[in-house]
Design a protein around this ligand. Structure first.
Ligand code: ZN
Length: 285
């Protein structure tokens, strides 16, 4: 039955797009919450959240996360997944604070260091990953292992073996980031086969293609009984030359594609059951 349920993550904002790239991107907590609620109404299962500072730059300040999460939680039951990587070069502790205080059901876990966009380093040091795994476990926040290339899978396997990660891992294959694996279906197949080889059926997975690789990866993930992520964090164009005017456009497209394949998008409650998530309340600082 569960292969007929598709967990649909919407990543509405991300760290990079600006209003000058697309006027439709939600940036403030209020804009983001409104957008996330609309996506939930359209059927999205999970909201992956980044926030921006007053100058619209990526930030890991707790306040805008807290406001966004509060506004979303007041209005809907979508599963909340907070980033741990908004803004490059930040201290380990700053990157962990939002999930430690706000206790989302999930948070992203970038499973290795990589060159980023041929310009800088996206640092996820062994020291940080050990702290992150330990803290997420203590906080009962499920990691979403973002896999930008195959070596990152082996980092996750290593931490599982060490006992820092427990329970079936959930992977998000991120394809098409400059510096990572390209958004080709053969790369998705390779990552999936690698996980199956080591873990059998004891994992769950989702995939996304950045930019022009968005559609091939989305359709391939559906065909392979995986889950999908869409949204302006990854892709601001609905089709070539046409900006999406709302993240709901992407959500609705997944819903239609899934229906054509006799699948349905998972509700937040179904998602919680499928991923073994724990609902919690924020803790005071
Ligand atoms: Zn993200």
């Amino acid at each position: 039955m569960s292969e007929n349920k598709v967990i649909l993550t919407v990543a509405c904002t991300g760290a990079w797009p600006q209003k000058s790239d697309t006027p439709w991107i939600p940036l403030t907590p209020r804009e983001q919450a409104d957008d996330i609620v609309r996506c939930w109404e359209a059927g999205a299962s999970i909201a992956h959240i980044h926030v921006r500072d007053d100058n619209h730059q990526a930030s890991m300040n707790v306040d805008p996360f807290a406001e966004t999460v509060r506004r979303v939680r007041d209005r809907c039951d979508i599963v909340i997944n907070l980033t741990t990587s908004g803004g490059l070069g930040l201290d380990d502790e700053i990157r962990m604070k939002p999930f430690q205080q706000l206790r989302p059901e999930m948070a992203s876990f970038d499973a290795g260091t990589m060159n980023w966009a041929h310009s800088t380093v996206f640092e996820n040091s062994p020291r940080f990953l050990e702290k992150l795994a330990t803290s997420m476990r203590a906080c009962q926040v499920k990691p979403e292992f973002e896999i930008f290339d195959a070596g990152m899978i082996y980092n996750v396997l290593y931490y599982m073996k060490k006992g820092l990660i427990q329970g079936p891992p959930h992977f998000q294959y991120v394809l098409g980031a400059p510096g990572g694996m390209t958004a080709k279906v053969r790369n998705l197949m390779f990552l999936l086969e690698t996980c199956k080889h080591h873990l059998g059926d004891n994992f769950t997975w989702s995939a996304l293609g950045i930019g022009r690789g968005h559609l091939p990866i989305m359709f391939a993930a559906l065909a392979l009984d995986g889950h999908v992520r869409v949204g302006m964090e990854d892709n601001i164009f609905y089709r070539k030359g046409e900006l999406a005017q709302s993240n709901t456009w992407f959500v609705n497209r997944v819903k239609r594609a899934a229906a054509e394949m006799d699948k349905a998008v998972a509700t937040p409650e179904e998602t919680r059951a499928m991923l073994g998530l724990t609902r919690q309340s924020p803790v005071s600082a």
